[in-house]
Write a protein that binds this ligand. Structure first.
Ligand code: HEM
Ligand code: NAG
Ligand code: NAG
Ligand code: NAG
Ligand code: NAG
Ligand code: NAG
Ligand code: NAG
Length: 886
C-alpha cells in the first residue's frame, strides 16, 4: 500500500499537547534553527547516503521524482541558511541520477518515467544554477547544461496532433498514462523554459514558454477567468477534463510567469506577464483554508484524508515557488508574505509527532494538532514554508550576465531527440540464472501485445509467445518483468503446494479492490481469506445449489425474451441479464428482474455494478499514480451498490427475528447471518460472489451457445439425450446423469474459459519446479515480488494434451479423457472456485430447458473468433444467433 510511513503512532500521548518548536518569524536565527531540525528529520528518511543506499533515491515507497524534489529542498536549505551540511549529499544525488545521456533519463527509471518526473529533477538543477550552488567537478555534467538537456528532450516531445499541442504525461508509448496530457508535465516544462530564457537571455526558451501557456489556456486546463489549473485530459476526448486542482501546478506556473515577467523587456509583454502573475496569485487562493483562509491546504485530498504519498509533498513546492516569485515580481511580496507567515506558524505548531515529538504532519489546519502522519513530503513542506519567510534575506538569483557560474550547453540532451527505444531494467541475476527471456525484447513485444489486446486477440498472443519463447519465460508487461509460465507443475505449486508464497496481488488485486475492499474472499490472503472462505462455504453445500427452483423462474424469463421467429438477436446480453437476476435472487432473496420488470432501484444497481466493475478494472490499468486519484463517480457507484445489498441484508435479518415466512425455503443470506458477521463485512462478501459468479457464468453459457450454433450435429445429439430423459423439469439428480450435456459444457469451458488468464505475486524468494537450467526443465529461483502469469486458455488448447484438434469443439473428446491441472476453468487448490457446482448446475439446467424449447440455433455471426479480455472474457461484438422452436 502506498503511504506506508503514515503511522498512527502511540507517541501521540504527551508530545501532542506541547509545541516542539517556538518559531519567531521576526528572527532569522529562529527560522534557521527550526529549519535545521526539520531538515534533519526530513533527511532521516533518506537512505541514499548510507551503506547499500543509492545516491538520489528514496526508499521504494517513494517515487523517483520526489527524490529530485528533495534534492531541490536541500539546495533551497543552503540558499536560505548558508548552512552547507547537506550540499555534498545533494550534489552526489543530483549527479548520480543523470543517466548515460546526462538528461535525467536513467535506465532504472525510464520504464515508468513521465515528463513531470524528469521535470522535477530539471527544476532542481535550474535552481542550483540560479543560486550558484557549488558546481560539480569539470568532468561532470553542469547544472545549467542539465536543465537545458531536460528542456531539449521535452521540447522534442511536444505534440500538436492530439488535443492541439502539449506534452504527454508519459514519455513512452507503452506506459499507462501515455494517453494523458497532464498539467504538471506542462508546468515543469513551462517553468524550466521561462527560467532558462531569463538565465540565458535566449528567446527560443521564451517562445516555448509562451507556446505552453497558450496551450494550457486553449485546452482549458487553465481557466483564464479564475486561473485555476486542472489535472489533465485524456487524448481520446480532449474536452473531458480531470478536474482536480493541485498546489504544485499553481506554484510551478506562478514562478514561471514571474520569470517571464522578469525576462521581458518589451513593455506590452511585461504588462501581459504582470497580469498573469496576478491572476495566478488570485487563483492560488483556493488552496488557503482555515478560519482566515490563510493556511495552505491540499484541498483535493487533504480534507478527505486521501492524499497519497506524492500528494503529501505538494505544498512544499507551492511554498518554494511562491517565495521565489517575489525575487522577480517584487510587488507579489505583500500578497504572499501573510500567507506564508500564517502557514508557517500553523505548520510548525503541528510538528509534535513521532518518537522525537517534533515530526510534522500533513494537515496544518488543525490548530496545532499533529494529524498522525509523517513522511518526506510532510517534512519537506514544513521546512520549505518556514524557510520561505526569509525570502527577503536571500541573494538574488543570478543569470549568465550577472554572476552565474554554471556552464551551459544549448545542445544538451540532443541524443534523446527521436529516441523511442529504451534500456529495459535488467532481470535480476538470480532470475536470469534460470529462465529464458523473451527474445523480442521490450518495445516490439510490448506493442504487439497491446495491438493484440486492442484487437481482441490477446489470448492467441499469449499462447504464441509461450510456444515461441518457452513454457516459462520473462517478458515485459506494463513496464515490469512478469514471469509467464505454462508449466502444470508450476501452477500446481502456485495454487496448491506453495500457495502461501503466492498471494493475490498486483493487477489481479487492484482490479477489484475499489469495489470489494481488502477483506473480501476475492481480494484477501492468509488469515483474512481463511475466515471469509469458512463463512461462505456452508452456503454452497449441495442442498443449496441443488435447488433448481431458484433458477427456473429466470430461465423461463430468458426463454420468453428470445424471439423464436428466426430473427437475429444477441444471446450474450440476455444471458448477462439472466445471470444477474439469478445471482441476486440466490444471494439476496430478491431478484433484479432485469429480464422482466426491473424496479428503478434494481436498474440503478445493475448500472452501478457494471460501471464499478469497468472503472475499477480500468483504474488498475492506469498505473500507480492515477490509481490513487480520487474517482468520485466510482465512489458514488460503489456506495450505491453497497446500500442496495445492505437493504436486503437488513430485511433478511429483520425477517429472521420476526420468524416471518420466506418466499423460498432457503435463502443464502440466512446461512451467512448465522455467523452474525458485521454488516459491512457481509456486504463485501456478497459483492465478491456477484463479481465472481455473474459474468463468468454468462460467459460460459454464451460460449456453449456460440459453439452449438456452429455445430448442428452436436445440437441433435444433445437434444436426443435431453428428450430421451422424458422429463420437462428434471431434478438435480436427473440432470447429473446427462453425459453429453456435461461434455458440451466441459468443452465450452475449455475453449472459452471465462477466467482466461490469472496471476499471483511471490511474497519472498522462492522456487518453482520448472523453467530453469539449460533445458528449462530444472527448478528455477524466483525473486521476491515477481509477478507470475499463466494462461488458462493456452493450457486448454495444448496439442500435447488435447491432440491436433485442440482448437476444435468436440464434446466427444471427454468420453474418455482424464485431465488434471491441465484443465482449470475453475482454478485449483484451496482457492478453487467456490461456486463451481452452482455454476455448472445453472448452465446445465439452462441448456436443458433451452433445447426442450427450441429445436435449432444458428449462428448469425460470420466474424472470426475473438475474445475481449477484461476481468473475464466475453465476445466483443456479442453472440449473434437465431433460433427455431421445436
Ligand atoms: C462458469 C462460471 C465460473 C467460472 C469459470 C469461475 C472461475 C473461477 C476461478 C478461475 C476462480 C479463481 C480465481 C483466483 O483464485 O484468482 C474462482 C474463484 C471464485 N469463484 Fe468462481 N467461477 C465461476 C462461477 C462462480 C459462481 C457462480 C460463483 C458464486 C455464486 C463463484 C464464486 C467464486 C468465489 C467465491 C471464488 C473465490 C474463491 C477463493 O478465493 O477462495 N464462481 N472462480
Ligand atoms: C540502478 O539499479 C541498480 C540495481 O539495483 C543499482 O546498482 C544502480 O545503482 C541504480 N542506478 C541508479 C542511477 O539509480
Ligand atoms: C537558443 O536556444 C535554442 C533552443 O535550445 C538553441 O537551439 C539555440 O542554439 C540557442 N541559441 C544560442 C545563441 O545559444
Ligand atoms: C467528450 O467529453 C465531453 C465532456 O465530458 C462530452 O460532452 C462529449 O460528449 C465527449 N465526446 C466524446 C466524443 O466522447
Ligand atoms: C512587444 O510585444 C507585443 C506582444 O507580444 C508585440 O505584439 C509587439 O510587437 C512587441 N513590440 C516590440 C517592439 O517588439
Ligand atoms: C431464417 O433466416 C435466414 C436468414 O435470413 C434464412 O436464410 C432462412 O431461410 C430462414 N429460415 C426459416 C426457417 O425461415
Ligand atoms: C471490457 O474492456 C473494454 C476495453 O477495455 C471496455 O470497453 C468494456 O467496457 C469492458 N467491459 C466490461 C464489461 O467491463
Amino acid at each position: 500500500m502506498r503511504g506506508g510511513r503514515i503511522s498512527w503512532a502511540a507517541g501521540l500521548l504527551a508530545a501532542q499537547l506541547t509545541a516542539a518548536y517556538t518559531l519567531d518569524l521576526g528572527s532569522t536565527e529562529s527560522i534557521k534553527s527550526v529549519a535545521r531540525s526539520m531538515s534533519e528529520d526530513m533527511m532521516s528518511f533518506y537512505t541514499g547516503n548510507q551503506p547499500g543506499g543509492t545516491p538520489g533515491l528514496l526508499p521504494s515507497q517513494y517515487y523517483w521524482w520526489e527524490a529530485g524534489a528533495l534534492m531541490g529542498a536541500l539546495v533551497d536549505y543552503w540558499y536560505y541558511t548558508g548552512d552547507t551540511r547537506w550540499n555534498g549529499v545533494a550534489e552526489e544525488g543530483l549527479l548520480f541520477q543523470v543517466g548515460p545521456n546526462n538528461d535525467y533519463m536513467p535506465p532504472n527509471q525510464t520504464m515508468t518515467e513521465g515528463n513531470d518526473d524528469q521535470g522535477f529533477w530539471g527544476m532542481t538543477v535550474m535552481s542550483a544554477a540560479e543560486y550558484n550552488f557549488q558546481n560539480p567537478p569539470r568532468d561532470k555534467p553542469q547544472w545549467l547544461a542539465l536543465a537545458q538537456a531536460v528542456f531539449n528532450t521535452q521540447a522534442a516531445r511536444w505534440e500538436d496532433q492530439r488535443c492541439g499541442g502539449g506534452l504527454r504525461w508519459q514519455i513512452f508509448t507503452w506506459n499507462n498514462g501515455f494517453n494523458y496530457k497532464n498539467s504538471i508535465s506542462q508546468a515543469c516544462f513551462f517553468n524550466i523554459a521561462a527560467r532558462l530564457a531569463r538565465y540565458t537571455g535566449n528567446d527560443s526558451y521564451a517562445e516555448w514558454a509562451e507556446r505552453t501557456w497558450d496551450w494550457m489556456v486553449d485546452s482549458e486546463l487553465m481557466s483564464m477567468k479564475t486561473y485555476y489549473i486542472y489535472d489533465g485530459i485524456h487524448v481520446e476526448n480532449c474536452s473531458e477534463i480531470t478536474p482536480y486542482q493541485w498546489t504544485y501546478n499553481a506554484g510551478a506556473f506562478l514562478l514561471g510567469a514571474a520569470a517571464m515577467y522578469n525576462y521581458s523587456t518589451n513593455a506590452t509583454r511585461r504588462e501581459i506577464w504582470h497580469e498573469r502573475v496576478d491572476g495566478l496569485l488570485n487563483g492560488s487562493r483556493v488552496f488557503f483554508t482555515g478560519d482566515k483562509q490563510d493556511i495552505m491546504t491540499e484541498v483535493a485530498c487533504e480534507p478527505v484524508d486521501l492524499c497519497d504519498i506524492d500528494q503529501q509533498s505538494f505544498k512544499a513546492y507551492l511554498s518554494r515557488w511562491m517565495a521565489a516569485t517575489v525575487k522577480w515580481a517584487p510587488w507579489a511580496y505583500d500578497r504572499v508574505k501573510p500567507l506564508l507567515e500564517s502557514s508557517a506558524i500553523a505548520a510548525t505548531s503541528a510538528c509534535t509527532g513521532g518518537t522525537n515529538g517534533r515530526m510534522c504532519g500533513l494537515k496544518w489546519t488543525d490548530h496545532g494538532k499533529w494529524d498522525g502522519s509523517t513522511g518526506v513530503g510532510q517534512q519537506m513542506a514544513a521546512m520549505e514554508v518556514v524557510l520561505a519567510n526569509m525570502i527577503q534575506d536571500t541573494s538574488s538569483p543570478v543569470t549568465d550576465d550577472s554572476g552565474g557560474t554554471s556552464v551551459g550547453d544549448p545542445g544538451a540532451g540532443g541524443s534523446d531527440i527521436g529516441r523511442t527505444g529504451i534500456e529495459f531494467p535488467p532481470v535480476s541475476s538470480a532470475a536470469k540464472a534460470g529462465a529464458y527471456v523473451d527474445p523480442i525484447l521490450g518495445l516490439d513485444s510490448f506493442l504487439e501485445g497491446l495491438r493484440a489486446f486492442n484487437s481482441h486477440r490477446l489470448l492467441d498472443f499469449y499462447a504464441s509467445r509461450l510456444a515461441s519463447c518457452g513454457a516459462t519465460h520473462y517478458s515485459i508487461t506494463l513496464g515490469s518483468w512478469v514471469l509467464m509460465t505454462n508449466e502444470v507443475e508450476n501452477i500446481k505449486a502456485i495454487l496448491g503446494t506453495s500457495m502461501e508464497d503466492w498471494p493475490i496481488a498486483g493487477p489481479r488485486l487492484l482490479a477489484t479492490l475499489p469495489v470489494l475492499g481488502p477483506d473480501s474472499i476475492f481480494t484477501s490472503n492468509g488469515q483474512a481469506w481463511h475466515k471469509a472462505r469458512a463463512m461462505l462455504r456452508p452456503s454452497f453445500v449441495r442442498d443449496q445449489v441443488a435447488d433448481l427452483k431458484c433458477f427456473d423462474r429466470h430461465i423461463r424469463n430468458l426463454l420468453a425474451a428470445i424471439p423464436a421467429d428466426n430473427t437475429t438477436f444477441d444471446i450474450q446480453n440476455l444471458l448477462l441479464d439472466m445471470t444477474m437476476d439469478s445471482s441476486t435472487d440466490f444471494l439476496l432473496g430478491y431478484s433484479t428482474n432485469s429480464l422482466t420488470e426491473p424496479s428503478p432501484e434494481a436498474q440503478q444497481f445493475v448500472k452501478d455494478f457494471e460501471y464499478a466493475s469497468r472503472e475499477s478494472a480500468k483504474k488498475a490499468r492506469l498505473g500507480p499514480i492515477l490509481y490513487h486519484l480520487p474517482h468520485r463517480e466510482l465512489r458514488k457507484a460503489v456506495r450505491g451498490l453497497r446500500e442496495y445489498v445492505r437493504f436486503y441484508l437488513e430485511k433478511a435479518a429483520a425477517q429472521n427475528e420476526k420468524g416471518e415466512a420466506k418466499e423460498r425455503s432457503y435463502v443464502f443470506l440466512d446461512e451467512i447471518l448465522k455467523a452474525n458477521p458485521p454488516v459491512d463485512y457481509t456486504v463485501d462478501q456478497i459483492l465478491s460472489i456477484l463479481v465472481a459468479g455473474r459474468d463468468t457464468t454468462a460467459a460460459a453459457l454464451t460460449a456453449a451457445f456460440y459453439f452449438l450454433a456452429r455445430d448442428a450435429v452436436a445440437v441433435d445429439k444433445l437434444r436426443s439425450e435431453i428428450l430421451a430423459m422424458g422429463e420437462e423439469y428434471p431434478t438435480w439428480e436427473q440432470l447429473k446423469q446427462l453425459k453429453y450435456l456435461h461434455n458440451v459444457i466441459k468443452e465450452a469451458l475449455r475453449l472459452f474459459s471465462p477466467v482466461s488468464t490469472n496471476s499471483r505475486r511471490s511474497n519472498k524468494e522462492t522456487v518453482l519446479p520448472r523453467g530453469g537450467g539449460n533445458d528449462g526443465k530444472q527448478p528455477i529461483l524466483v525473486p521476491e515480488g515477481t509477478p507470475v502469469r499463466w494462461s488458462t486458455h493456452a493450457f486448454h488448447r495444448s496439442r500435447e494434451i488435447y491432440g491436433l484438434d485442440a482448437d476444435e469443439f468436440r464434446p466427444e473428446r471427454w468420453e474418455n479423457l482424464r485431465v488434471g491441472w491441465e484443465y482449470i476453468p475453475f482454478s485449483g487448490g484451496p482457492r478453487i472456485c467456490l461456486g463451481q457446482q452452482f455454476a455448472l448446475t445453472q448452465i446445465a439446467y439452462t441448456l436443458f430447458r433451452f433445447f426442450r424449447t427450441f429445436q435449432a440455433i444458428d449462428s448469425r455471426d460470420p466474424g472470426p473468433f475473438l475474445a475481449r479480455t477484461n476481468l473475464t472474457i466475453s465476445f466483443p461484438y456479442g453472440c449473434l444467433v437465431s433460433v427455431r422452436r421445436a
